[in-house]
Ligand binder design. Structure first.
Ligand SMILES: C[S@@+](CC[C@H](N)C(=O)[O-])C[C@H]1O[C@@H](n2cnc3c(N)ncnc32)[C@H](O)[C@@H]1O
Length: 213
């Protein structure tokens, strides 16, 4: 059963989307490095973030940095009965917006590196899917390390960690540094084709749990 109402392309939806884009821009102006993007991700990027993922009852899905809920909506539409979702959002305005937009859904106001504690407080097992909207490239190295360690340590043996990157930023130092740190934690990534219907165009990077040595 879907947890989110199906959307029709009505005028009201278009107005809501425009309002969300404006709210996003305002948060970027207030906290540029923490928000890390001028606009929310597109529906096409949300679909690419979930491509090939089949969620089952009992699965746990974690989302880091849901923002205004671009990926959340697509996740909740696919979340079967008996599966669980937790979003972790650091910005208080986005956190309030998510609670209003998705009533009854579990959103923690805090930072992604808290994941191990949040799982253990809820008595939850290892997540099957961890989706990230975090601006890793503009994050201090020590926070990046903490978040990637928490992600790798909690991820289910058959689980996936997915994030996205902008090809236009591929060779910028922050983006290269993130890929290097992620390589140390997970090994190689798989890269999607470029999703052109996104501002700016983006690629999904997927990581699997490294085999135990
Ligand atoms: C680039 S926006 C992505 C928002 C949304 N996922 C999307 O794709 O439209 C980054 C989001 O990560 C949040 N964020 C930044 N650092 C965070 C952290 N350490 N823990 C949780 N959320 C964080 C920001 O507040 C913002 O909502």
């Amino acid at each position: 059963m879907s947890h989110a109402p199906k959307k029709k392309k009505t005028e009201a939806n278009l107005i809501a989307q425009a309002a969300e884009a404006l709210a996003f821009l305002a948060r970027f102006a207030a906290r540029p490095t923490q928000v890390g993007a001028l606009f929310p991700s597109s529906r096409e990027l949300a679909e690419a973030m979930l491509e090939g993922i089949e969620l089952k009852s009992g699965d746990i899905v974690i989302e880091f940095g849901p923002g205004t809920g671009a990926f959340t909506e697509a996740v909740l539409e696919r979340l079967p009965e008996g599966a669980k979702y937790l979003g972790i959002e650091r910005d208080p305005h986005f956190h309030g917006h998510l609670e209003d937009r998705f009533p009854g859904i579990d959103f923690h106001h805090g930072s992604a590196e808290e994941l191990p504690d949040l799982l253990s407080h809820r008595g939850w097992e290892k997540p099957r899917l961890i989706l990230s909207g975090l601006p890793f490239a503009s994050m201090p190295l020590e926070i990046q390390e903490l978040i990637l360690t928490a992600t790798r340590d909690t991820l289910h043996e058959d689980g996936e960690f997915r994030t996205f990157t902008y090809p236009v930023c591929w060779y910028l130092s922050g983006s290269m540094r993130f890929r290097k740190v992620a390589l140390n934690h997970f090994g190689e990534h798989r890269k999607s084709k470029t999703i052109h219907k996104n501002i700016p165009p983006a690629k999904v990077l997927s990581y699997s749990k490294p085999a135990k040595k």
